[in-house]
Design a binder for this molecule. Structure first.
Ligand SMILES: Nc1ncnc2c1ncn2[C@@H]1O[C@H](COP(=O)(O)OP(=O)(O)OP(=O)(O)O)[C@@H](O)[C@H]1O
Length: 270
């Protein structure tokens, strides 16, 4: 079996921050997640790959308490999801917004502080400090008064990362953080995520194998069930699941890959 190597090691002997056992979940009586098991330890940086519709976002919804499991248990920081989710920051896949929407970057990040108070309480100086710190850590404090709809896709993504950071999370869930971001900004976000991982456990969904290889410590593949063994390898089996066709993998430390022709290309060549 050929493997692409991700040159980082998983942290061991750390406390467990997420424990999922025998999880089944889905919609309208159709299962999407089947018998999913996962143990995440403090300091992990796990990349989740998988085919479209494989259940990655659904898995995050369960971890965020937005979708109830049909069967199985989910614990976050040793608590049920309802209590544990306050330790979780979330960056959604879609951060699009109308250009005329009259909300500033500062306002969006301040929304991250809502979980720290009742909705009727005023924001405090500590809230403002946290928002300021979060914007600083994504290098956007200078744009705090800009309407969020007038920012670039990459800047907007960083605003949403800042919003997640303003919740003071111990765990960060990122759904496709690099979608629609230019290559230069990608590198900036990889670096940011690596720095954040020094203090925050991260789970990241991505279709971008390059992003996974550049950032994460370990990788799993979610296609209804989760294939994860705490390894730092992307196997050819995982890639076949993602691309749904056979994939040859050539790896020399940093992954270099050669993909064979897809069946459809071979047919059109004839
Ligand atoms: N609210 C919903 N109601 C009914 N079915 C849904 C709902 N949300 C998702 N699904 C279905 O559940 C399956 C898994 O979707 P999910 O978004 O979790 O996949 P994914 O792995 O994140 O996909 P992608 O890589 O395309 O983002 C899909 O078949 C999808 O159509």
């Amino acid at each position: 079996m050929q493997q692409a190597h991700i040159p980082q090691q998983r942290t061991d002997r750390q406390p467990v921050v997420i424990r999922v056992q025998g999880l089944w979940a889905g919609y309208d009586h159709q299962p999407v997640l089947e018998a999913v098991n996962l143990t995440v330890k403090q300091g992990d940086f796990i990349g989740l790959i998988g085919p479209n519709g494989g259940g990655k976002t659904t898995f995050f919804k369960v971890l965020l308490g937005l979708l109830a499991p049909w069967q199985g248990t989910v614990e976050i920081m040793d608590c049920a999801v309802r209590q544990g989710r306050r330790y979780v920051g979330y960056v959604p896949q879609q951060v699009d917004c109308d250009r005329a929407f009259p909300v500033t970057a500062w306002d969006v990040v301040m929304m991250g502080r809502l979980g720290h108070r009742s909705i009727l309480q005023r924001y405090t100086r500590q809230d403002a400090q946290q928002v300021s710190l979060a914007l600083q850590s994504v290098d956007l404090l200078h744009l705090k008064n800009r309407a969020v709809g007038t920012l670039s896709g990459g800047q907007r993504k960083r605003v949403y990362i800042a919003r997640a950071l303003a919740t003071e999370p111990q765990i960060l869930l990122l759904d496709e953080p690099l979608a629609s971001i230019d290559p230069q900004m990608e590198t900036h976000i990889y670096d940011l995520l690596k720095t954040l991982n020094e203090r925050i456990t991260i789970l990241m969904i991505s279709h971008d194998i390059g992003a996974i290889a550049a950032c994460v410590k370990t990788v799993g593949c979610l296609n209804r069930t989760l294939y994860y063994h705490g390894d730092d390898h992307i196997t050819s089996e995982m890639l076949e699941m993602v691309y749904q066709c056979p994939v040859d993998l050539i790896a020399h430390g940093v992954p270099h890959r050669v993909f064979p022709k897809h069946l459809s290309e071979e047919i059109s060549d004839d």
